[in-house]
Design a protein around this ligand. Structure first.
Ligand SMILES: CC(C)(COP(=O)(O)OP(=O)(O)OC[C@H]1O[C@@H](n2cnc3c(N)ncnc32)[C@H](O)[C@@H]1OP(=O)(O)O)[C@@H](O)C(=O)NCCC(=O)NCCS
Length: 147
């Protein structure tokens, strides 16, 4: 098992994992987003490889806009983390996050932000295990108006 920076070699596997994580997003949108990330200096992704098979990823960014709850700027941001079902609870997400912290340190950020859906209890436990502190909870609203 090893953690590797996402390069062109792993691009299509990373897209497949992305589709598993965000099934409501189109494959095209994920591809476009991931391509942009691959070319960006302020975004980085790592995959976990088991016997040549990518089984999880972490997507990271350096955010320069205000990050809720932060006291510094820019802030490292955990944009997404996913591990294939069969490989969960083996410490893979923790390994991916360790690499994330290393990369953030090279970028000289002092804080890492993240978010999770209220109903995603596992993600909350995961964040807690990594010493993330809970910020304020925000409810999003939307109201349609006629043109
Ligand atoms: C969240 C997720 C990435 C965790 O991956 P993982 O490789 O299973 O996590 P790890 O084995 O490294 O566990 C790290 C910590 O998270 C917590 N955790 C992980 N899975 C858990 C579970 N099923 N129940 C309770 N706590 C859990 C534990 O605190 C664990 O630390 P510990 O083993 O020392 O107690 C994985 O469950 C996943 O891909 N879920 C679907 C996608 C998702 O929700 N991503 C997060 C969105 S913000």
């Amino acid at each position: 098992m090893k953690i590797s920076k996402v390069t062109k070699k792993y691009f299509s596997d990373w897209v497949i994992l992305g589709q598993e994580f965000w099934p409501r997003h189109s494959a095209e949108d994920i591809k476009k987003d991931f391509k942009r990330m691959l070319d960006s200096k302020n975004e980085r992704s790592f995959v976990c490889i088991d016997n040549e098979e990518p089984i999880g990823f972490i997507n990271l960014a350096i955010r320069t806009d205000y990050v809720e709850g932060s006291k510094t700027n820019p802030v490292g941001y955990l944009e997404g983390i996913y591990v294939k079902k069969a490989y969960r609870k083996k410490g893979i997400a923790k390994m991916l996050f360790k690499e994330a912290e290393k990369w953030f340190k090279t970028k000289k950020v002092r804080e890492i932000g993240s978010d999770a859906m209220v109903q995603n209890v596992v993600s909350q436990k995961f964040h807690k295990s990594l010493s993330f502190k809970k910020g304020e909870i925000l409810i999003h609203y939307i109201k349609k108006i006629s043109p």
